[in-house]
Every structure is written in C-alpha cells, then in structure tokens.
Design a protein around this ligand. Structure first.
Ligand code: SAM
Ligand code: SF4
Ligand code: FES
Length: 358
C-alpha cells in the first residue's frame, strides 16, 4: 500500500492492520514528517496539550533475570547493587508530591527481596500518606502477588512485552518466555490495573512488520499506556556489539501508535532524551503526552544503568522537575495537573469511533 493511502487509513481510525502499519513505520523524508504532524494533531484533539508528569523511583537494581540487553542483568558483576529502604522510598514519594507530582512509578529489577508482603506494605504506606497514583514496573510475578499489590492500592502496572516476535524474544531472553510474559499482562488486565506495555525499537532482527505485529497485539490486549524507546546497547551485555535503535525509528513508532491508540498515555522516554538532547521534545511533538522525570535519590541513580549515558545522573529531583517544566513550556504545551488516570469515557468514545470507521 502506498504511504498516502496508509496515512488516510491511520488518521481515519481504521483498525490496525499490518498492510497499512508497515508503510507508515517505514516512512522517510517528507512522508515521515507528514506522519509525525498527523499524530501530533491527533494527540492534541484526543489528549489535549497538557503533558502529564510521572515521577520515576528506581528503588532496586537487583535482578534475578539475565535479559541480553539490560545492564542490570544478574550476570553483570560490574554493577554495584542497591536497594532503597521502605522509609527512603516513602521520603522520596513525599518529596515528589510536594514538588507537584500526581503519579509515581516504582521501578526495579526483578528483586524478590521486595516480596509480595514487603511491597504491599510500601504501596499501602504510599496510598495512606499521599494522594498519589501508584504505578508499578516490577516485572513478572505470580497472580497472587499482582492481586495483593492491587489490593494494597496500586493503580497501574507497566510491563513491556519488548517484542511479540517469538524468535527475537527467545534470543534476547534466556530465562523468560513470551507466552508467560503475555499471560502476566492478561492477568494484570483481569485484576483491574490500568495497563501499560510497550516495546524496544531497533532490536536485532526486528523490522517494520515485526513492530506492526506488536501494535496489533497491544491493540488486542487493550493497553492504556504505551512506553517505547530505542534499544541502546550496553557494553556489559551480550548485545554490546549490536547497532541499537535510532531516534527516528522510535518517533515513527510513537506516531503510528498515537493513530492506533488515540487515548493512550504515551511517555517521551528517557531513552529518547539519551539518544538526542531534544529527543523527548521531538517525541512530544510526534504523539507522546507524558514525561517521566527521574526522582531516584541522586546517590544511587548512576547504579540503575540499564543502558549507557543515561541523562540526569547528577541532577536533583527539583532540578529535573524544573527542567522538564521549562522544556514543556518551551514547545508551547502545559504541565498536566490531574492524576493521569485512563479516562474511561474516552475509552468508550474511542471504541465507538473505531466502530464508526469500520
Ligand atoms: N525489570 C522490569 C522489567 O523488565 O519489566 C522493569 C525494569 S526494566 C529495566 C524496564 C525496561 O527497561 C524494560 O522493559 C526494557 O524495555 C528497558 N531496557 C532495558 N535495557 C534496555 C536497553 N539496553 N535499551 C533500552 N531499553 C532498555
Ligand atoms: Fe531485569 Fe528488567 Fe533488566 Fe530484564 S529488563 S534484566 S528483568 S531489570
Ligand atoms: Fe533532569 Fe533535564 S530532566 S536535568
């Protein structure tokens, strides 16, 4: 299918189909710019011009897994491991709320020291002491654990599928299984979490068709938040000599995702700010509507090195808050003041729009 026809279908809200997704994901030059402005326009209509801020606390870099791309993998003996105490997590959260954050993301490696019970306590305390929406990004756990955390008050869960291509998934995950990861997402959905997933762009062996299939799968799953970013090779991992993803690959994917998911919350991720100093702004102008400033205590930030050259390693939470606010205003947008929950009425509207278009 030619690009023009594919863009027409995308803008009209047609159901995702690899036949039109691939030409958009492969767009170059003027076509690429047209795709990004169509997505920017769609974002402005569906999500408005405010940018929701999620404060990211990376509270443990211990991990039981060995993902071939990640600097936190268990076999990377060069990284010094840390865990924040429950008290430190709370203190960080209280400080974030004072700064103005309405959402926190608690992220870590798969660290079983933060057991079902321990983590439930952290969530309960957070919900008791703040009004903040709590998002978890703690990897794969069993159903009872996800249930306990939801009961403790967690609102959202982010679990990237990374890729739905069985061969690529297997190659980069020596100790994880694609069907199992999918099942984790189905379980999280069933438990009533606001659900986030996403992929890395530029994985070895991945192409536009593979990304298009990821989009169709995430659409079937019904994700409400989508985090994507370029894969950035880390020197202490088996994928150290791979090329990695580019900013433009990631921007095209965000733009296509915005057309397919008009109401999803999509961050301009730190990985995009790492690959290009203006990467996050470019993402916000290609369909993204969220930013995730790092609020991890500065003393441990450099140790959460999932990929190299991460930005903001020496900055305080206050500095990053001021910095992202200034960046948002500089591109003519505003900082969100709500909790960034999925708008259920918008979801219904999105579904009926889709029906009308088909
Ligand atoms: N352990 C949890 C998990 O894997 O879902 C959450 C933390 S993990 C560090 C968060 C995300 O970092 C992963 O989902 C992956 O997409 C991303 N990531 C890891 N290594 C990366 C790399 N080298 N380049 C880009 N993103 C990476
Ligand atoms: Fe662990 Fe997550 Fe990194 Fe995999 S991506 S090694 S699960 S922190
Ligand atoms: Fe941290 Fe800019 S976001 S200094």
């Amino acid at each position: 299918m030619d690009f023009k026809k594919a863009l027409e279908l995308g803008v009209s809200g047609a159901g995702p189909d690899t036949a039109w997704l691939v030409p958009l994901l492969d767009a170059k030059g003027a076509d690429e710019s047209a795709l990004m402005s169509a997505a920017d326009k769609k974002r402005s209509v569906t999500m408005g011009d405010s940018v929701h801020l999620r404060g990211l606390i990376e509270f443990s870099n211990y991990c039981r897994k060995n993902c071939h791309y990640c600097g936190l993998r268990k076999d990377n003996k060069k990284v010094e491991r840390y865990r924040l105490s429950k008290e430190k997590i709370l203190e960080t959260a209280l400080k974030a709320e004072k700064l103005g954050y309405k959402t926190l993301v608690l992220q870590s490696g798969e660290d079983l020291q933060f057991s079902r019970e321990e983590m439930s306590e952290v969530i309960k305390e957070l919900k008791n002491k703040t009004k903040i929406a709590v998002t978890l990004s703690l990897g794969e756990r069993d159903e009872e654990t996800y249930r306990a955390w939801r009961k403790a008050g967690a609102d959202r869960y982010l679990l990237r599928i990374e890729t739905t291509d069985p061969e690529i998934f297997k190659k980069i995950h020596p100790d994880s299984d694609l069907e199992h990861r999918k099942n984790c997402l189905y379980t999280l959905r069933k438990l009533g979490y606001q659900l986030g997933s996403g992929v890395m762009v530029g994985l070895p062996g991945q192409d536009a068709l593979s990304l298009a299939k990821d989009i169709v799968w995430m659409h079937d799953l019904g994700v409400e938040m989508i985090g994507i970013g370029p894969f950035l090779p880390h020197k202490e991992t088996p994928l150290k000599d791979e090329k990695g993803g580019t900013l433009n690959q990631a921007l095209r994917l965000i733009a296509v995702l915005r057309l397919v998911f008009p109401y999803a919350h999509m961050p301009a991720t730190t990985a995009m700010g790492t690959i290009d100093p203006m990467g996050r702004e470019k993402a916000l102008q290609s369909g993204a509507n969220v930013m995730m400033p790092n609020i991890t205590p500065t003393e441990v930030r450099p140790l959460y090195e999932i990929y190299p050259n991460k930005i903001c390693l020496d900055e305080s939470a206050e500095k990053c808050f001021g910095c992202v606010t200034a960046r948002i205003i500089a591109i003519g947008r505003t900082v969100g003041t709500d909790y960034g929950h999925t708008k259920r009425s918008d979801r219904r509207q999105a579904t009926s729009e889709k029906r009308k278009a088909t």
